[in-house]
Design a protein around this ligand. Structure first.
Ligand SMILES: [Zn+2]
Ligand SMILES: [Zn+2]
Length: 340
């Protein structure tokens, strides 16, 4: 089978790899579509230098083979099911896993290809093999939607840890792909309003088309959007945390979703947090219950229009290099690779 490997900045090649064997509790999924996320873009641009590497962690496809131990289990995936695939390894035994906080599992992720190349998912390929518990059926939903299972699970995790309740006033800093998925899910969950904040006027116009209640540039957000119950920071720019805190009404919560520069540190007022009962919550990755929700939402079709609007392009695996180039050099929501 073929698998894409990034070998240097702006260099992607398809390598031949033996099709992995299916263990008794595993399934083999024929990949139909894989999304290119920030990690893939950073590897391609050279912003993250780690080569050679087999990326691709936003995977959906069709179950092609099921291990003997899970083949007849009720609720277990069947050959032919369309599924979204959780490629995160969880050891089950580290302190975080034992507390149920498996997004923070400390076990090494990945594994390697047959030639020793490190895998960051290796989902830009013809097949992936995972535990049966790590695939979630998406019914008759389009494969492009199923390939958004991982980011949707991350956002479900973000809303869960942020404590979103129906009727909340919500603001989202960053109107890129992750900001838009927050918009879609928060509206679906009954937020009273969802405003989007970004420096790009184009992105704000697209967010309004997608149903944002209000949009604003960062310096006019407090004036245009007013006070909020929940503020999600999906773009970890300098000043974003301070802006988020200034947007909070009494009892408000800031959720730090996007990655920040590791050297950045900011001052917030402990007295404001105390007197106004503010919360600042970090969220990272996803857990199995978030996948259950993501897959169910995809299968139900309730987010279909939102997800359709976020598919920028889809390339066959043969053209994976073109897909990377587009994703790394122009403003996109999601570029998908596979099938088509
Ligand atoms: Zn991702
Ligand atoms: Zn663990």
């Amino acid at each position: 089978m073929r698998v894409a490997v990034v070998t240097a900045p702006e260099a992607v090649e398809l390598r031949e790899e033996p099709t992995p064997q299916v263990g008794p509790d595993e399934v083999r999924v024929e990949v139909g579509a894989t999304g290119l996320c920030t990690m893939e873009r950073r590897l391609y641009s050279g912003e993250k230098k780690f080569y050679p590497v087999a990326p691709g962690h936003e995977v959906a496809g069709r179950v092609a083979e099921v291990g003997a131990a899970v083949a007849e289990l009720p609720g277990s995936p069947r050959v032919g099911d369309t599924v979204t695939v959780d490629l995160l390894t969880r050891c089950g035994t580290c302190a975080a896993c034992r507390r149920g906080r498996t997004a923070l599992c400390k076990s090494p992720q990945g594994g390697t290809l047959s030639d020793g190349t490190v895998s960051f998912g290796a989902g830009l390929s013809d097949n992936v093999v995972v535990k049966a518990t790590q695939v979630f059926p998406t019914g008759t939903a389009p494969i492009e939607h199923a390939a958004m299972g991982e980011p949707l699970a991350c956002v479900a995790h973000s809303l869960r840890l942020g404590g979103l309740r129906a009727g909340d006033r919500v603001a989202v800093i960053g109107a890129g792909y992750m900001g838009r998925v927050h918009l879609a899910l928060a509206r679906h969950r009954g937020a009273a309003s969802v405003g989007l904040i970004d420096v790009s006027a184009d992105r704000l116009a697209e967010a309004r088309t997608a149903g944002a209640t209000w949009t604003a540039a960062p310096d006019e957000a407090v004036e245009l959007g007013g006070k909020q119950d929940l503020v999600f920071v999906t773009a970890g720019a300098p000043g974003a945390l301070e802006l988020a805190v200034s947007l909070c009404d009494d009892g408000g919560t800031v959720v730090l979703y996007g990655a920040f520069d590791k050297s950045l540190s900011v001052g917030v007022s402990p007295d404001a947090i105390h007197h106004h009962e503010l919360s600042i919550v970090g969220v990272y990755s996803h857990e199995p219950e978030d996948w259950r929700e993501a897959a169910a939402l995809i299968a139900s079709g309730v987010l279909a229009a939102d997800l359709d609007a976020l598919v920028t392009a889809r390339f066959p695996l043969d053209a994976v290099a073109d897909a990377f180039k587009l994703a790394a050099t122009s403003p996109v929501y999601r570029v998908l690779v596979g099938g088509a």
